[in-house]
Design a protein around this ligand. Structure first.
Ligand code: COA
Length: 454
């Protein structure tokens, strides 16, 4: 029916009909947009910038089809945060077809970045949505979503972060893999009318096996637990340490969660009645996150669960917002800490091994939070070398500044840095280094501070 707004009444009728058409016809709209993965990726053109959903929400069917179609493209820029899939687009044979602009260099793409076939852009996680709107504007956004609900809204599932901004606030085509395995998390949705092409493909989500918690990790977890009070609100970083910390918190009461991401360890503590979110002063009763990585146990837990609120990263991680949580404790892992308390978390020398992610967002938020604390944790050694060092590796980037750290924790104890002099913090850090390396650190202390260490 052709309804034109000739007169005021006609106009009201027109708007009403359009509105009803959207509400009533989303199912037809959905059907009309259904294509195969191959047809969908044929909409990508040489020179396009393609923003891809990341981590567990990486749309595998679309990415596989895109790589299989590589011969039809030149110089496609792929923008993505954590790549969890096969990442074939980074292989040398595709170097003229694709170039990854990685916003967090995960293990799958480290080699390509090191060998110059892919790039890394340093950026705070909370600023990525703005970066995408202002500079990395997508020609195409590839998504993986839950099937629509009765009103035609798909959930962003386990990954809202920058994906919702790319899809809802930027020009360009939205191509979505609709996957029945994607949990319908609450907080962030996209209507079928916002999608351009839809590919139905049900695939099990990638699962991240829970990290092995050995003696070292368990000791770190216990040390951190001694810094956490009942009622605190936790942010947990990425890696094996956060889950070890959670395992050490079984005796606490009424903890809250406001974090960039969480994993299976949180589910155990909710089920044990330790995490209740009752004493949170900000988004009380809710666990807030922007993406999730874990096993099916986690994905089932967050499905249709109103306790869990999944929001865009510019809302979750912005320190000005996150700091509204009183007693916010940020717990993050790192690669190296020098004797001044400078923290390296995303590079080993010049080699980029991850990204800043939300570490600095939450370290700053914790510092601004009433009663907040920023904890950096690590095993004292890696592959036979000390992670507490006089000088960081040549070429390494400082992720978290020495001014921002409240505590550094290893399996040997806790170093309190906040408010301490350079001399005091060096001493505290040597005390928590592995005993095999303390003597050489003490020599450096004596050279630096012109006094004996004792
Ligand atoms: N010297 C040399 N290599 C080191 C090192 C050091 N001091 N510290 C770590 N590495 C190497 C490890 O050997 C490992 O190498 P491999 O993969 O070749 O075996 C690699 O760096 C990763 O270290 P690992 O200890 O296995 O990492 P993890 O999974 O526990 O994660 C971080 C630790 C620091 C990499 C991770 O927490 C991170 O990326 N942090 C930055 C972002 C962040 O904190 N975000 C917060 C919320 S998402």
């Amino acid at each position: 029916m052709n309804v034109a707004p000739h007169a005021e009444m006609d106009f009201i009728l027109y708007v009403t009909l359009c509105y009803k058409r959207r509400i009533m016809n989303w199912r037809d709209d959905y059907q009309s947009k259904l294509v195969t993965a191959k047809e969908a990726v044929s909409k990508i053109k040489s020179g396009d910038r393609v923003v891809m959903a990341h981590a567990i929400a990486e749309p595998k069917a679309l990415i596989d089809a895109m790589v299989d179609n590589a011969g039809n493209y030149m110089d496609v820029e792929l923008v993505c945060m954590i790549n969890m899939g096969a990442s074939r687009f980074c292989e040398p044979e595709y170097k003229t077809n694709f170039r990854l602009n990685s916003l967090f260099v995960g293990p799958r793409v480290r080699k390509a970045v090191a060998e110059g076939r892919a790039d890394y852009t340093p950026v705070f996680f909370h600023e990525i949505p703005e970066l995408i709107k202002a500079q990395l504007v997508p020609d195409v956004t590839l998504l993986q979503l839950s099937p629509p609900n009765e009103h035609g809204y798909c959930s962003f599932g386990v990954s809202v972060d920058y994906t919702s901004t790319a899809a809802l606030e930027c020009p360009g085509l939205n191509i979505a893999q609709i996957n029945k395995e994607m949990p319908r998390t609450m907080g962030s949705y996209i209507h079928v009318s916002e999608l351009d092409y839809i590919v139905e493909c049900d695939q099990p989500l990638i699962e991240l096996s829970p990290p092995v918690i050995g003696e070292v990790e368990a000791a770190i977890g216990q040390n951190i637990a001694s810094l956490i009070n009942d009622g605190d609100c936790l942010q947990l970083g990425i890696g094996s340490i956060p889950d070890a910390v959670l395992a050490g918190l079984k005796g606490k009461k009424d903890l809250g969660v406001y974090t960039e991401m969480f994993s299976d360890g949180v589910v155990d503590l909710v089920e044990a009645g330790v995490i209740t979110n009752k004493r949170k002063n900000f988004r009380k009763g809710k666990m807030v996150a922007t993406f999730l990585m874990g096993t099916k146990k986690l994905y089932d837990f967050v499905d249709d669960n109103p306790q869990v609120e999944m929001l865009p990263v510019n809302l979750v991680n912005d320190p000005r917002i996150a700091c509204q949580n009183d007693n916010l404790v940020a717990i993050n892992a790192c690669v190296q800490v020098d004797l001044q308390g400078q923290v390296v978390s995303d590079s080993v020398g010049l080699r980029q091994i991850s990204g800043v992610g939300g570490q600095v967002d939450f370290v700053r938020a914790a510092n601004m939070s009433k009663g907040g604390r920023a904890i950096v944790a690590m095993p004292a050694t890696t592959k036979g070398t000390s992670k507490i060092v006089p000088f960081i590796h040549e070429g390494a980037a400082v992720t978290t500044s020495r001014n921002d750290v409240s505590y550094v924790v290893t399996e040997f104890g806790i170093a309190k840095l906040k408010g301490k002099t350079l001399r005091e913090r060096a001493k505290q850090l040597i005390n928590i280094a592995h005993p095999d390396f303390r003597e050489e650190l003490k020599l450096e202390f004596e050279k630096r501070f012109h006094q004996s260490y004792s």
